[in-house]
Design a protein around this ligand. Structure first.
Ligand SMILES: *[C@@H]1O[C@H](CO)[C@@H](O)[C@H](O)[C@H]1NC(C)=O
Ligand SMILES: *[C@@H]1O[C@H](CO)[C@@H](O)[C@H](O)[C@H]1NC(C)=O
Ligand SMILES: *[C@@H]1O[C@H](CO)[C@@H](O)[C@H](O)[C@H]1NC(C)=O
Ligand SMILES: *[C@@H]1O[C@H](CO)[C@@H](O)[C@H](O)[C@H]1NC(C)=O
Ligand SMILES: *[C@@H]1O[C@H](CO)[C@@H](O)[C@H](O)[C@H]1NC(C)=O
Ligand SMILES: *[C@@H]1O[C@H](CO)[C@@H](O)[C@H](O)[C@H]1NC(C)=O
Ligand SMILES: *[C@@H]1O[C@H](CO)[C@@H](O)[C@H](O)[C@H]1NC(C)=O
Ligand SMILES: *[C@@H]1O[C@H](CO)[C@@H](O)[C@H](O)[C@H]1NC(C)=O
Ligand SMILES: *[C@@H]1O[C@H](CO)[C@@H](O)[C@H](O)[C@H]1NC(C)=O
Ligand SMILES: *[C@@H]1O[C@H](CO)[C@@H](O)[C@H](O)[C@H]1NC(C)=O
Ligand SMILES: *[C@@H]1O[C@H](CO)[C@@H](O)[C@H](O)[C@H]1NC(C)=O
Length: 533
C-alpha cells in the first residue's frame, strides 16, 4: 500500500507524462570482462582542490569543515577509500610563504586577471593545518615552480615550506608531491606569462624541475627523514594543461624528467571546453558521449606512448569547462550526467584515477564548502554524478573491478558494464538527451512538455534472474537542485551532507530477467544502474 503510494507520487515527480520510445535492438553484455579495463585502483573518484581555496574546503584544526568531510565519506563508503585530494592549481604557482601571517592565506584579487581566483597569494603556517581535518584522507601538496624557478622569494618559499608540508603529511597522509601547475602554460600571454616563450622549452623545464625537486628532497631529508625513501617519496608530474601545449609530455620524458626515478604518477589535466568559448552547449558539448571520447582521445594516445615508463597515468585535474565552469551549464544536472559518462569512459580506458577540480564559487564545483556573497553553501548537482560513478565502481578495495563501454548508437547516450572479480555485476545507462524542465525561461511544474524516455534492452547471460535499479534523477537537465541518487539526498540543509533517504522518490525497483533479456526505461536526462543477480 505504502509502496504504491510512493510509486504514484514519484512517477508523477520524476517522469511527468511519458512518451516512450521504441525498444531498440538488444545490447549484448558479455559474461566475462572481454575488452574491459584492467582492475581499477582504489580512490578512482578523487578531487583536486584549488590551492588558495583549500582552507575553505578543509577548514583548520579548531574549525574543521565537517560538511566537506561528510561528502568525502559518502564516496568512501561506496568505493572503500575516501577520495584522494590533490591540492594545487594556478594559485599554487602564485603562493609565497609568509611566516608571520596569522591567517592561513591572504589572497589578493586582480580583476583584470581573474575574478575567480586571487593572483597574489601569501600563505602562513596555519595553511598546513588544513591537512589535519579530514581523517583517513591522502593528499598531494603542490609546490610553487612558477615563481620558484627564477625568483628569490619563490625559491625561499620552496625551502621554507618543504619541511612544513612533509610534517603535515607525515603518518600516512601523503599521496605524492607536485612541483608546478600546468608549466606548459607558463609562457602563455595574458593570464600568466611567468616564463618567456622563446626560452621556455622542455630541456629548461626539466632542468628547473629537477633542480627544485632536489631542493625539496634535501629539505625534507632534514625535517622528515622517514619521508625521503624510495617508497615514501615521489611526485605526480608533469601536470600539464594538456598534451598539445607549449611543452609536450612525450618530449619532456624523453628529455629526462624522470632522471631521479621519483615520478609515481603521470598527471595530465583535461577539460571538455572553455566556459566562455562560443558554441558550448549542454547537449552538444557535455551531454555528448562522442564529445567525451574526442576529448580523451589525444590524452590516451600520449598515455599509450608513455607506457614504456611503467608509471600509472591519471587525470590530476579535470572538470567540465575550464575557467571554473559556466552557469547554466557546469552547475546543472546535465553536467552531473556528463561527469558520469566522462569518468566511466576514463575508467573503461584504463585512466587510473580522475581528480575533479574544485574551488570556492566555481560553477562546476561538486560542492560549495562555505557561504559567500556569490554562492550558497551546499551540495551541488555535479556531486551526485560523482556518487553515481562511485556506486558503479563499487568497493575497489574488496573486489577487482573492471569496466567496459557498451557501444550505443547515439551521441546522447552511453552504457557501461562493471565486473567484480571477473563476474558481471552492474550495468550503467546514461541517457543524456536534454530534457529541460524550464520551458521558455520559466520553470513550469507540471511541465507542459512530456518527458520522453528510452527503452534499453540488454542481453545478459541467461543465469541472471533479476535486476534492481538505482536511479540518478532530477526534474530535468537544467535542474540545479532536487537531485537524488537512489532516493538519497546528500544536501547540506538536510544532514550536513550525510545521506538522507527521501520518502517521495521511488527506490528498490526490481525487474525479472527473462532468458537473459531485460528492458529498462530510462527517462531523458537521467541515468540508472542495474544491479544484476
Ligand atoms: C520537481 O518537480 C516537482 C513536481 O513534479 C516539484 O514538486 C518540485 O518542486 C520540483 N523540484 C524542483 C527542484 O524544482
Ligand atoms: C607578512 O605578514 C605580516 C603579518 O600579517 C605582515 O605584516 C607583512 O607585511 C607580510 N609580508 C608580506 C611580504 O606580505
Ligand atoms: C580557523 O578557521 C576559523 C574559521 O574560518 C578562523 O576564524 C580562524 O582564524 C582559523 N584559525 C587559523 C589559525 O587560521
Ligand atoms: C636551482 O635554482 C636556484 C633558484 O633559482 C638557483 O639559485 C640554483 O643555481 C639552481 N641550481 C642549479 C643547479 O641550476
Ligand atoms: C622570470 O619570471 C619573470 C616573472 O616573474 C618573467 O618575466 C621572466 O621572463 C622569467 N625569466 C625567465 C628566464 O624565465
Ligand atoms: C556531439 O559531439 C560531436 C563531436 O564533437 C559532434 O560532432 C556532435 O554533433 C555532437 N552531438 C550533438 C547532439 O550535439
Ligand atoms: C611515441 O611518440 C614519439 C614521438 O612522437 C614517436 O617517435 C614514437 O614512435 C612513439 N612511440 C610509440 C610506441 O607510439
Ligand atoms: C563579497 O565578498 C568578498 C570577499 O569576502 C568581498 O571582497 C566583496 O567586497 C564582497 N562583495 C559584496 C558585493 O559584498
Ligand atoms: C533547453 O534549454 C536550452 C537553453 O535554453 C535550449 O538551448 C535547448 O534547446 C532546450 N532543450 C530542449 C529540449 O528544449
Ligand atoms: C515556448 O515558446 C515558443 C515560441 O514562443 C512557443 O511556440 C511554444 O509553444 C512555447 N512552449 C511552451 C511549452 O509554452
Ligand atoms: C521530496 O522531499 C524533499 C525533502 O523533503 C523536498 O525537498 C522535495 O521538494 C520533495 N520533492 C517532491 C517532488 O515533492
Amino acid at each position: 500500500m505504502a509502496r504504491n503510494l510512493f510509486t504514484l507520487v514519484s512517477v508523477g515527480f520524476a517522469l511527468g507524462i511519458r512518451a516512450q520510445s521504441q525498444a531498440s535492438s538488444p545490447i549484448l553484455v558479455s559474461r566475462t570482462p572481454a575488452g574491459a579495463s584492467n582492475p581499477i585502483p582504489e580512490a578512482f573518484v578523487s578531487y583536486s582542490i584549488e590551492f588558495a581555496f583549500f582552507p575553505d574546503f578543509a577548514g583548520n584544526i579548531s574549525s574543521p569543515n565537517t560538511f566537506s568531510d561528510n561528502l568525502l565519506n559518502n564516496i568512501g563508503s561506496l568505493t572503500g577509500t575516501k577520495p584522494y585530494i590533490r591540492v594545487g592549481g594556478n594559485t599554487q604557482d602564485y603562493a609565497l610563504y609568509n611566516a608571520s601571517l596569522q591567517e592561513a592565506i591572504n589572497g589578493i584579487y586582480n580583476l583584470a586577471r581573474s575574478a575567480d581566483q586571487p593572483t597574489t597569494v601569501y600563505i602562513g603556517p596555519s595553511f598546513f593545518e588544513s591537512y589535519q581535518t579530514w581523517p583517513g584522507t591522502k593528499f598531494s601538496h603542490g609546490f610553487n615552480l612558477g615563481l620558484g624557478g627564477n625568483n628569490s622569494a619563490g625559491w625561499e618559499t620552496l625551502l621554507e615550506t618543504a619541511p612544513l608540508a612533509c610534517k603535515a603529511l607525515s603518518g600516512g597522509k601523503l599521496l605524492w608531491w607536485e612541483y608546478g601547475n600546468e608549466p606548459d602554460d607558463y609562457s602563455g600571454s595574458s593570464e600568466w606569462g611567468v616564463r618567456q616563450a622563446s626560452s621556455w622549452n622542455e630541456p629548461t623545464y626539466v632542468a628547473q624541475w629537477l633542480n627544485g625537486t632536489r631542493a625539496i628532497k634535501s629539505q625534507m631529508a632534514k625535517a622528515c627523514p622517514e619521508m625521503v625513501s624510495k617508497a615514501t617519496y615521489g611526485y605526480l608530474s608533469p601536470s600539464f594543461a594538456g598534451v598539445k601545449g607549449h611543452l609536450k609530455p612525450i618530449t619532456t620524458f624523453a628529455d629526462g624528467l624522470d632522471a631521479d626515478d621519483d615520478i609515481k604518477l603521470i598527471s595530465i589535466h583535461n577539460y571538455i571546453g572553455g566556459a566562455t568559448k562560443p558554441g558550448i552547449t549542454l547537449q552538444g558539448t557535455l551531454m555528448n558521449h562522442t564529445s567525451n571520447v574526442h576529448s580523451a582521445s589525444p590524452i590516451l594516445a600520449v598515455r599509450d606512448n608513455l607506457t614504456y615508463t611503467g608509471i600509472p597515468f591519471i587525470l590530476g585535474e579535470m572538470n567540465s569547462l575550464y575557467n571554473q565552469g559556466a552557469p547554466g551549464l557546469s552547475n546543472t544536472f546535465g553536467a552531473a550526467l556528463w561527469g558520469v559518462d566522462f569518468n566511466l569512459w576514463c575508467a573503461s580506458q584504463d585512466i587510473k584515477r580522475t581528480h575533479m577540480h574544485q574551488g570556492t564559487d566555481y560553477r562546476y564545483a561538486s560542492w560549495q564548502p562555505i557561504s559567500t556573497n556569490k554562492t550558497t553553501k551546499g551540495t551541488k548537482a555535479p556531486y551526485y554524478g560523482n556518487i553515481a560513478v562511485a556506486a558503479m565502481l563499487g568497493d575497489l578495495t574488496r573486489n577487482s573491478v573492471q569496466v567496459v563501454n557498451l557501444p550505443l548508437e547515439n551521441d546522447e547516450e552511453s552504457a557501461y558494464a562493471a565486473y567484480n572479480d571477473g563476474t558481471l555485476r552492474r550495468i550503467a545507462v546514461i541517457n543524456m538527451r536534454e530534457y529541460n524542465y524550464t520551458v521558455n525561461g520559466t520553470s513550469s511544474i507540471p511541465n507542459p512538455v512530456p518527458r520522453p524516455s528510452q527503452a534499453y534492452t540488454f542481453q545478459v547471460p541467461s543465469d541472471y534472474s533479476r535486476v534492481t535499479l538505482r536511479r540518478l534523477a532530477a526534474n530535468g537537465s537544467d535542474a540545479i537542485t532536487g537531485i537524488t541518487w537512489d532516493g538519497w539526498s546528500y544536501n547540506w540543509e538536510l544532514q550536513q551532507g550525510k545521506p538522507v533517504r527521501l520518502h517521495n522518490i521511488t527506490v528498490g525497483e526490481t525487474m525479472r530477467v527473462k532468458r537473459g533479456s531485460v528492458t529498462v526505461e530510462v527517462p531523458d536526462s537521467s541515468a540508472v544502474i542495474l544491479d544484476l543477480a
